[in-house]
Design a protein around this ligand. Structure first.
Ligand code: SIN
Length: 330
């Protein structure tokens, strides 16, 4: 239930409904409620409560309020939270093969990406997560392609990355990607990125537009380069014990709500990307504090050449066959 609801009548209704609930499902995530992931999490709350007629009380905690990305996996394993949807780059310590999604320039476009996620490769990766026993993998959600940003020199050609301190998520692929261009990658939790950029702890980063804008990173970066060099997506995971305890009819309702939330989440990503691009262009024009660059095909080719050179380092970790299967997915 929303914590912002006030008033005696509403409060007593809430108390009644919480009392009537047979199960409490806490959902925790680290981004803003206005991102596609945040919207889909809120949709899950509304829809699961509606479909189960309040038998499951769903409580959503955005913005790392309950758990940050360093501790949410552990909290899920201990059933302190029942559903999380971490970025795919946060899974490597559990399922290193998932770093496949971090490989730069792997996906030709969104169509290719969804075919990989929803096809054989995505299913294989989910089976590795399921094998962990404490959690069950649901759907892949989408945040979009990532773009570079910097508070020092704009990042246009690979040489521009030399010596820059890049904030990265906890993935060896992302580390290798920035080392390949002479950058200095540093792992930081998402909740610390704004202040790290503001205080110059790091100079640069990579984000999909929704995270970049909703966390106001544009205020602490002087350039944004539309590079689409990598991808950021999510895997929705539920505590296995919680799922197993749900009666079959409630499991079916949760699965239905999840399917609808996935459709909504992916649609919202496309809508939000277009809206945010407009808002960022306006911010750049009004304040003159942000330069926005679009890479040319020639520049993209240079990035691709140097960054793709890291693939062989990950053949044994991810599986050469799986990488090839992803590339060849039509
Ligand atoms: C998220 O979108 O969940 C966070 C991604 C990040 O840590 O950059």
């Amino acid at each position: 239930m929303k914590k912002t609801i006030v008033g005696i009548v509403t409060a007593s209704l809430l108390a009644t409904s919480a009392m009537a609930a047979d199960y409490v499902m806490k959902i925790s995530h680290v981004v803003s409620s206005s991102t596609p992931k945040g919207m889909a999490a809120d949709y899950l709350e509304k829809r699961i409560e509606e479909l189960t007629q309040g038998k499951i009380d769903v409580q959503v905690f955005p913005n790392s309020q309950l758990y940050g990305d360093g501790d949410e996996m552990k909290a899920l394993a201990m059933n302190n939270v029942q559903v999380i949807m971490p970025s795919l780059s946060k899974f490597p310590s559990i399922v290193p093969q998932i770093q496949l999604f971090d490989l730069p320039f792997l996906f030709r476009d969104k169509e290719h990406l969804y075919k990989v996620m929803d096809g054989e490769v995505g299913a294989k990766l989910k089976s590795y997560v399921d094998a962990k026993k404490q959690m069950i993998a649901f759907d892949y959600w989408d945040a979009g392609f990532k773009h570079f940003s910097s508070s020092k020199q704009p990042i246009i050609n690979p040489e521009d990355a030399k010596g820059l301190k890049f904030r990265i998520q906890s993935s060896k692929v992302l580390e290798a990607q920035f080392k390949a261009v002479g950058g200095n990658p540093q792992i930081l939790p998402f909740s610390e990125v704004y202040s790290a950029l503001q205080q110059g702890v790091v100079d640069a980063t990579e984000n999909p537009l929704s995270n970049f804008y909703t966390k106001k990173f544009h205020e602490v970066q002087s350039s944004l380069t539309l590079s689409s060099h990598g991808y950021l997506g999510y895997l929705v995971v539920m505590n296995q014990q919680f799922w197993d305890k749900l009666p079959k009819d409630l499991q079916e309702k949760v699965a239905l709500a999840m399917k609808e939330a996935t459709e909504l989440e992916r649609k919202e990503t496309a809508i939000e990307d277009a809206k945010i691009m407009e808002a960022l262009k306006k911010y750049a024009a009004d304040t003159k504090k942000l330069e926005i660059y679009q890479l040319t095909n020639e520049q993209v080719a240079k990035w691709r050449k140097v960054m793709e050179s890291i693939y062989p380092q990950f053949y044994s970790v991810i599986g050469e066959d799986l990488i090839k299967k992803a590339i060849e997915t039509k």
